[in-house]
Design a protein around this ligand. Structure first.
Ligand code: TYD
Length: 137
């Protein structure tokens, strides 16, 4: 059985000098060991990132600044998450079709990944994705 996407709350240290949140690497706050980190920024209004699935890579997405939507599809159903706070994030298991859209001005999307970048891990055709998902059930 494949996992479901999930919003995960992060530790939040409230302080009058400014708040602090954190994520440790080895599966303590998120369900995988962090292997890679990337971030998406300077997104022009109306642009959409993603539009693919990963065969094995799992991700955790945080809106470090501003807001955006993460749109997921499991081959049957669409899930839409509006991320707009830096003290929680969205866990995206492998084999979910994923897009990111509706970026606010100056938004910053942090993505933690469970694998190194590997172009061969990408599925870029939605019909191929749906067929693989159907055969996994
Ligand atoms: P891609 O994952 O296709 O971006 P998006 O899905 O948001 O459109 O990545 C865009 C380009 O960046 C692609 O040429 C591969 C490169 N890239 C890396 O080299 N390393 C990485 O960790 C990522 C995420 C992308």
């Amino acid at each position: 059985m494949l996992e479901k996407p999930q919003i995960i709350d992060l530790p939040k240290i409230l302080d009058r000098r400014g708040n602090l949140s954190f994520i440790e690497g080895a599966g303590k706050h998120i369900p995988f060991t962090i292997r890679r980190t990337y971030w998406i920024y300077d997104v022009p209004g109306g642009e959409v990132r993603g539009g693919h699935a990963y065969r094995t890579n799992r991700e955790f997405v945080v809106a470090l600044s501003g807001s955006f939507d993460v749109v997921l599809h499991d081959g049957i159903q669409e899930y839409r998450y509006h991320l707009n706070r830096s003290y929680y994030g969205l866990y995206v298991p492998e084999m979910m079709w994923r897009s990111m859209e509706n970026f606010s001005t100056n938004s910053l999307a942090l993505v933690l990944s469970s694998t190194d970048y590997n172009a061969e891990d990408y599925i870029r055709d939605f019909d191929v994705f749906k067929t693989i998902r159907k055969n996994e059930k």
